[in-house]
Design a protein around this ligand. Structure first.
Ligand code: SF4
Length: 315
């Protein structure tokens, strides 16, 4: 049985990198015997609070992130806000992932916020592992236990990726219209931003295929078929997934958070390069209701049905 540090609770904001690393994080803290609390699914209050704290120019996902951090204040001892500089040979990351620690620290400096962080910088050998060891040591755990917790977390992450990839392979076999969703997982899996889009696509009797669920290394390698010069690793993964899935889907929907710099450039490239599939570009700002988006999704699905000879006016 794990000895618990019952006096300490780590707060985890349900935003940005949470969607990528949640299995690693939760298993790491679990194995260290440290309690944690994850902020709730994004709701109107969290969005409103994030918008109030963030500068207007920030993307909606980072605004929402600040809303999650605010929700956790006073509910835990430390809030986990990691800093990632780059993904090594896979590429750089959006500057938000480098800056979010300082943003959170400065935004809430008057509310005695205590942040827990780890830095990932590919110029350091075994960067991620070293960063987790340092974080675990800071939390008062022995090196061997931190190492064990890290590997358990990595394995849990790998298992979860395997399962979601498997599940997606089954969806690809469904005899329905399939649309590939090119969006960061912190956008498309967010309850407030992306989930209504997925729900509506299901309602339209289509199968959403998630671009962010793809073998990452393979996707990065394939991305050069669309662009050889993209700097951002997460965008390269998404672009590569288009090559991996394009022959098995009927259309592609680009979903980005307003006003995302990397996505606006990358989406433009995708629209210019992909000519054999219908492409819909949706930019969501968290304020617009769903009515306009639903109409665009419906028209898009009608276009696909029309191309496939399935469209009837009764629909
Ligand atoms: S990639 Fe775009 S949506 Fe993601 S954090 Fe950066 S600016 Fe925001």
């Amino acid at each position: 049985m794990l000895e618990r540090l019952t006096e300490m609770i780590i707060g985890i904001p349900r935003g940005l990198l949470y969607y990528r690393y949640k299995h690693l994080w939760l298993n790491f803290f679990e194995e260290l015997g440290i309690d944690y609390i994850v902020s709730p699914e994004t709701n109107k209050e969290i969005v409103t609070s994030g918008m109030a704290y963030a500068v207007d120019e920030a993307c909606i996902t980072s605004k929402i992130y600040l809303g999650h951090v605010e929700w956790l204040l006073d509910k835990c001892d430390y809030i986990l806000v990691p800093r990632i500089s780059d993904c090594g040979s896979a590429g750089k990351v959006c500057t938000k992932f480098q800056a979010i620690y300082d943003l959170a620290a400065n935004t809430f400096r008057d509310r005695t916020i205590k942040l827990l962080y780890y830095n990932v910088d590919s110029s350091v050998a075994d960067s991620e592992m070293a960063a987790f060891l340092k974080m675990g040591r800071f939390l008062g755990r022995k090196k061997s236990r931190c190492l064990y917790a890290y590997f358990k977390g990595k394995q849990a992450q790998k298992n979860a990726q395997f399962l979601e990839l498997n599940e997606q392979q089954h969806l690809l076999k469904e005899n329905k219209i399939k649309v590939l969703i090119i969006a960061h997982r912190y956008t498309i899996f967010d309850k407030y931003l992306g989930e209504p889009i997925l729900k509506h696509l299901h309602k339209l009797d289509t199968v959403p295929i998630i671009g962010d669920i793809a073998p990452k290394k393979e996707a990065i390698a394939k991305s050069v078929e669309i662009s050889e010069t993209l700097p951002w690793a997460f965008n390269r993964e998404l672009v590569g997934s288009i090559i991996l899935y394009r022959d098995r889907v009927d259309g592609i929907i680009l979903v980005s958070a307003f006003p995302c710099g990397p996505d606006s450039l990358v989406n433009e490239i995708i629209i210019r390069k992909i000519k054999d599939k219908p492409v819909l570009n949706l930019v969501i700002d968290g304020q617009e209701g769903m009515a306009g988006i639903e109409t665009r999704l419906e028209s898009f699905v009608d276009i696909i049905r029309f191309k496939k000879g399935e469209f009837t006016w009764k629909q």
